[in-house]
Design a protein around this ligand. Structure first.
Ligand SMILES: *Cc1c(COP(=O)(O)O)cnc(C)c1O
Length: 339
């Protein structure tokens, strides 16, 4: 008897019945064309040498806000009808998603309010304001800011743009998958940072539809990997949030997750977890060997290769998802400070 290996099962029919399709991603690609960067896929000679296979870096660090989240936010805002756009947008994210909504809204002339608590550092508040958004400072926790965002949805009819669990957001992130297959059609593996799963889910739909034999590998930190715990449990579960160098990978998947849990649990071939030390090595390697400033979340693919936690069956693409690291923290990591 032969046992059918998971990677040998044709997946195209699977991707057809999932909540986001290749057609959604192709439409997103046409919609956001010219409004986000078409980022390069560059070969890394040091990582290729280490892995024994060609390794390419997809440089989402080069997006205008320094992270891929612009793709999903831009696609979601462009997909809204005129009435919703006139009414305006709201989100409570102060990280890369908040920056993406602020930037995309301002580019498209749509009003946007970013809600944050009074504990958010002034430099982050200023950065969001500089991107053209209105800032509401409310309460003393992320939950307070989230409540304010929900109040504005109800009372002012603003549209909330979710950070990952939304078809248009996932389709926008999935455009990365179209680009890497177009630039490197023989990919055997794709290494993707994994948090809420919008990035990994979107890329997986595109890559599995166009190149079913490619392995999709999600990478999270050991500290608080909510999607990994959810895939293991077979349903969305909450995990304790902990501080991590990969701060953009923190947070849960949402207990009422509708889209990204289904995508990640059916399309990811593997999830790898990294220690804080391993993530720090990835940040250092990016700087010294690749001449790149990369935040912790963006460095996990590089870190997984350095830590020899992934074996590549052939040419691979690593999604280098973001650059936005506090300069002082970056300096301390480069000086070798322990994580
Ligand atoms: C949001 C983010 C991720 C994770 O994306 P999800 O869609 O939440 O899985 C990875 N890297 C960076 C830089 C991010 O901002």
């Amino acid at each position: 008897m032969t046992i059918m290996k998971r990677e040998n099962i044709p997946r195209l029919t699977d991707t057809d019945i999932l909540p986001v399709t290749l057609a959604d991603i192709r439409r997103a690609s046409a919609r956001i064309d010219g409004r986000v960067a078409r980022t390069p896929l560059v070969r890394s000679s040091t990582l290729s040498g280490l892995a024994g296979q060609p390794v390419h870096l997809k440089l989402e660090t080069l997006q205008p806000i320094g992270a891929f989240k612009l793709r999903g936010a831009m696609n979601a805002i462009l997909s809204l009808d005129d009435a919703c756009r006139r009414q305006g947008l709201v989100t409570a994210s102060t990280g890369n998603h908040g920056r993406a909504v602020a930037y995309a809204a301002s580019e498209l002339g749509v009003p946007a309010i970013i809600c944050m608590s009074s504990l958010v550092p002034a430099n982050k508040v200023d950065a969001i304001r500089a991107l053209g958004a209105e800032v509401h400072i409310v309460g003393v926790s992320q939950d307070d800011a989230q409540e304010e965002a929900e109040r504005l949805v109800v009372e002012r009819g603003l549209t909330s743009i979710p950070p990952f669990d939304n078809v248009d957001v996932v389709a926008g992130q999935g455009t990365i998958g179209l680009e890497i297959i177009s630039d490197s059609p023989d990919l055997a593996a794709v290494l993707v940072p994994l948090s809420g799963g919008g990035l990994a889910g979107g890329i997986a739909v595109a890559v599995k539809a166009l190149r079913p034999q490619a392995r999709l590998i999600g990478i999270s930190m050991e500290r608080g990997a909510a999607m990994n715990a959810s895939i293991t449990a077979g349903r969305p579960v909450a995990v304790r949030e902990e501080e991590t160098l990969a701060d953009s990978l923190g947070g849960g998947v949402g207990l009422k997750n509708r889209i990204t849990f289904a995508l990640c649990s059916s399309l990811l071939d593997d999830v790898i977890l990294l220690s804080e030390d391993e993530i720090a090595q990835g940040i250092r390697h990016a700087w010294h060997q690749e001449a790149l400033t990369v935040e912790g979340a963006g460095a996990v693919g590089i870190a997984a290769i350095l830590a020899k936690k992934v074996e590549l069956p052939g040419p691979a693409a690593i999604i280098v998802s973001g650059a936005n690291i506090d300069p002082k923290l970056h300096q301390r990591i480069l000086e070798g400070a322990e994580a």
